[in-house]
Ligand binder design. Structure first.
Ligand code: PXG
Length: 462
């Protein structure tokens, strides 16, 4: 394979990066001071930086490289498609083979009557589509007042005006005039942090029933939809109590509102099935997809829509679309990714081999003195760090201080874990072998030990 090794030295790349490149969700001044880490290549589950250091990527890029890095098949398909038809639009009564094949394959894989995909370039775009789509649906149904979309605090649905408003991230809403009107947020089913002395099952019901109370408060005639991630990802891999989703489903069934499952993280094998909705027994009317759809090899997302909703939307012109809706190269790569996930048995591997082994190792991490809870579902997991396992108390230091320290120890020890406040999270490639998981475990233990030692010596274990 041809390697691109003629890049500038690390210091030059960092200097130019600081001078000209603005990073997402980053304090630019702080980063530019120390310089970004430069990643130059990757294979399987390992990244390599510009200094030749190898790092185990327990975040699959950004929750997306489900297939792992370096699959030549995807590169070959992209090259062939670029030569044959690098771009054509799908706006003006045209289509092309890759978009047709991908839409048909998604219809086969998606549960129930979710048989129609409106493509976008990302998860954010797809959720923006969903906002307009559900409102247009109700307008065509003769109920134009049904506009409000109910979401949840600490949800993540993207970063554009619409999708960022659907999300419930307080830090995002503080900037740039979000949320836009007609979006409201109920509390999240985060038992570890907000459940107090309540039994998890009881807490799950209480949080689900907030949806019913919110529908009543707004008036059912004003509510279009409820949107939620089956498992909150960026929120900190929040696995709801078992009582939560059945109660949400009951409420959606009993009220005239649509249910949107945001599968951007949970889709394509992450929870051990093709979709998180299947793992959790959810019957959505619409699913948002992106990330694992192409394993991140190409930017692509979409809204997967049920037969009855598609029929209504198709009855008029839906005045919406993106230049790159159904981009041929992205569709061809996504289709090849879906073929490999299926034919290489990668989702079965995640469910039957990697998932259970990771769960066993993760439970062991739960015994570490710094860990208050170790939770896992499929191939996504979280460790809650605490100074007091019994009370689940937060640290006295500002939220995030300890998480950041732990992430830095992880980086130094050659493993990428992300921190959300003081919670460590992982979402590794689904192809992880038992040896990879052992390596992850060893590096995680070392990082937790070093974090604990540092906290003790700095008087922060409180
Ligand atoms: N929905 C969900 C559930 C997501 O996790 C999006 C929508 C938006 O997708 P795009 O493709 O527009 O980014 C996401 C994205 C993090 C992090 O730090 C998570 C995401 C994106 C960036 C950072 O955990 N999720």
């Amino acid at each position: 394979m041809k390697r691109i090794d003629n890049h500038l030295p690390t210091a030059d790349l960092q200097r130019l990066d600081a001078a000209h490149h603005m990073h997402p969700f980053t304090n630019g001044a702080e980063l530019n001071e120390k310089g970004a880490r430069v990643i130059t290549r990757a294979n399987g589950v390992m990244l390599t930086d510009s200094e030749g250091v190898e790092i185990l990527d327990a975040m699959a890029g950004l929750w997306c490289v489900n297939l792992g890095y370096g699959r030549k098949e995807l590169a070959d398909v992209a090259a062939a498609q670029m030569l044959q038809l690098p771009f054509y639009n799908t706006f003006f009564q045209t289509t092309h083979p890759p978009v047709v094949a991908l839409a048909a394959r998604i219809a086969e894989l998606a549960p129930g009557d979710l048989n129609h995909t409106f493509f976008a370039g990302s998860g954010s775009e797809a959720n923006d589509t969903n906002i307009r789509l559900v409102r247009q649906y109700w307008a065509l149904m003769g109920k134009p007042d049904k506009k409000v979309i109910i979401s949840r605090k600490n949800a993540y649905h993207g970063s554009s005006m619409g999708s960022g408003s659907l999300g419930g991230m307080a830090g995002m809403h503080a900037q740039g005039g979000m949320p836009i009107p007609d979006i409201t947020h109920i509390d999240q089913p985060y038992w570890y942090s907000e459940g107090g002395d309540m039994d998890p099952a009881e807490f799950g019901l209480e949080r689900a029933r907030q949806l019913e109370a919110e529908i009543e408060r707004l008036g059912e005639g004003n509510v279009a939809a409820f949107i939620a991630e089956p498992i909150q990802g960026a929120g900190a891999v929040i696995i709801p109590p078992e009582t939560y989703w059945p109660e949400i489903q009951r409420i959606c069934d009993e009220h005239e509102i649509l249910l949107i499952a945001d599968e951007v993280i949970c889709g394509f094998g992450r929870t051990g099935n093709w979709f998180g909705s299947q793992t959790l027994g959810i019957r959505p009317d619409i699913m948002t997809i992106a990330k694992g759809l192409s394993s991140g090899y190409q930017p692509i997302g979409g809204s997967v829509i049920s037969d009855p909703i598609a029929e209504v939307i198709n009855s008029d012109e839906f005045a919406h679309g993106y230049t790159y809706s159904g981009h041929p190269v992205a569709c061809a790569v996504a289709l090849e990714n879906l073929r490999l996930l299926d034919e290489d048995g990668i989702i079965d591997h995640a469910r039957d081999v990697a998932g259970p082994y990771l769960a066993q190792k993760w439970a062991e991490l739960g015994n570490h003195p710094l860990v208050g809870e170790a939770r896992i579902i499929g191939m996504m997991a979280a460790l809650e760090l605490t100074p007091n396992k019994a009370t689940r108390a937060p640290f006295k230091a500002d939220a995030g201080t300890v998480g950041l320290r732990c992430r830095e120890r992880c980086f130094a020890n050659g493993v990428i874990m992300r921190h959300v406040r003081d919670t460590m999270i992982i979402s590794p490639p689904l192809i992880m072998t038992k040896d990879d998981i052992d390596m992850l475990f060893e590096r995680a233990v070392k990082s937790l030990d070093e974090t604990l030692a540092g906290l003790k010596s700095d008087g922060l274990m409180a």
